[in-house]
Design a protein around this ligand. Sequence first.
Ligand SMILES: *Cc1c(COP(=O)(O)O)cnc(C)c1O
Length: 419
Amino acid sequence: MRRAREVIPGGVNSPVRAFGSVGGTARFIKSATGARIRDVDDNRYLDYVASWGAVLVGHAHPRVVDAVRSAAARGTSFGAPTEAEVLLAERVIEFVPSVEMIRFVNSGTEAVMSAVRLARGATGRDKIIKFEGCYHGHGDSLLAAAGSGVATLGIPGTRGVPEAAVRDTIVVPYNDLDAVENAFLQHSDGIAAVIVEPIAANMGMVSPRPGFLEGLRSLCDTYDAVLIFDEVITGFRVARGGAQGRLGVVPDLSTFGKVIGGGLPVGAYGGRRDLMRHIAPEGEVFQAGTLSGNPLATAAGLAVLELLDEDGVYDALEQRSRRISEGLQSQADAAGVPMTIDSAGGVFGFFFHPGPVRNYEDVQKADGKRYETFFHGMLDQGVYFAPSAFEVAFVTTVHSLADEDETLEAARRVFRKGL
Ligand SMILES: *Cc1c(COP(=O)(O)O)cnc(C)c1O
């Protein structure tokens, strides 16, 4: 880590990896198979980070490794169309019926930036509504923090983002339909899109209240705005058809990443054909990428979606997450530690807070110190949770019942020692 810090800011290529919010030193990982990762000191950990959700079928799955290996042998990138891209596009469309056309890019960030540009280009409007606590990658216009009061225009969420870049970003609380409606009333003909994580998973896990997504759908219909579901985490993870399949609300555009690349750099955005036709070269909204749809990532994506197409995959994921969640909740209850836990498909999240947790303001009240103790207690026993209280836990299709028992046994010892 000392050497890394000399040559890479904070020693890491993405901030949360640095253990900044939990203390201690990040583990440098040298290899991984299945549900386990191994660090450079040869410690093994049961992994609930799973590359922040990108790995859904387990690390180094033989089918994925084979697919990538044989694609690499045929050449890593051509900058020309390939058949595999069409196969992957068709496959995604099969999984997610609201997607009629799709464009592949190289990261979730790029997918979201492109979808927002498309919504603006197609509607001829500039403003977008986003929700406090939802993360949509690090594109300038989406790195907005909430201003004071509800439905105010955003302020830059980080240094380096000019005010002009977020001037057209309106930030409102998650699960607050009234705030969204007010924003539409204030800017009735100026709103291009509403972008939302249909199940929020970047402020811990916060599920939409009944009627919230349906309300967004109908407001977007009323005002002719584009509804974008950012399914970069939830896509292919919370259900076969993502959050939209699970919850039955149909967006106009969706963004994907993480799972769809099977651990290689991929993102994608897609949706209604009439909207997607605005993308160059069919339409006039420019978006391009030298390595977009590259053969390695595409091969990995295809292999993963094939594995996810097998019977019972999502039922098993659902049961795994639920069993751990229920186990942790009952341990917390028995220990008298306030905890709220939620799960969907292959993801679960918990707050050291009595709940309910409905939005970012509630999330802020969770006990970060307790999470820190929990995190290190688990890590010491070889169970690797996210090094931040505001991230979720990811289950893969290869986490076994025995892995779960091991996790719950480790948690029992942590609770017994005192949180
Ligand atoms: C991770 C994430 C992104 C950004 O994806 P990157 O591949 O990290 O650029 C965007 N939206 C959501 C919901 C995410 O979880």
